[in-house]
Write a protein that binds this ligand. Structure first.
Ligand code: HEC
Length: 123
């Protein structure tokens, strides 16, 4: 068994890999929660998303009512990319929209828009 140390090393790395696969979902979930938290901060930040200027959102203080209240987002936007498109450039679906084109006009970065979409999907 001259190969024993090599085999043992291989077995050990397989064990490490399997272990990593086991904890991956937990890590992914933690990342999702961070993204949702970040999205909420961006949405509520008066200098960034400032969504509360026009939308009622759960936990939001002094919301405006120029746009519809944001709730049941998953039911209203079963397709996440439609929700993202609304944030990216609302004038695509409604040329008269008074909502700022957050992505198109670079008010928010693509990553920031993604984080807000993740947050909206929890509402
Ligand atoms: C200046 C006002 C204004 C701001 C600021 C604003 N919105 Fe809007 N939003 C609107 C209006 C008005 C509508 C109605 C549909 C349209 O005109 O596009 C709307 C529609 C929406 C919709 C579609 C809702 C539905 O059920 O059809 C979503 C989602 C949304 N806004 C998210 C956001 C988010 C997230 C932010 C912050 C990043 C934001 N809005 C900032 C005015 C605003």
């Amino acid at each position: 068994m001259r190969n024993f140390p090599v085999l043992a090393a291989k077995a050990a790395s397989v064990a490490v890999l399997l272990g990593a696969i086991g904890i991956l979902p937990a890590v992914a979930q933690a990342a999702d929660t961070d993204l949702v938290k970040q999205g909420k901060e961006l949405a509520f930040d008066r200098k960034l998303g400032n969504c509360l200027a026009c939308h009622q959102i759960e936990d939001g203080v002094s919301p405006g009512d120029i746009g519809p209240p944001l709730f049941a987002m998953k039911a209203r936007f079963p397709n996440k990319s439609d929700l993202r498109a609304q944030l990216w450039n609302p004038t695509k679906s409604n040329p008269e929209s008074r909502m700022p084109p957050f992505g198109e006009y670079e008010i928010l970065s693509a990553d920031q828009v993604d984080a807000i979409v993740e947050y909206l999907y929890t509402l």
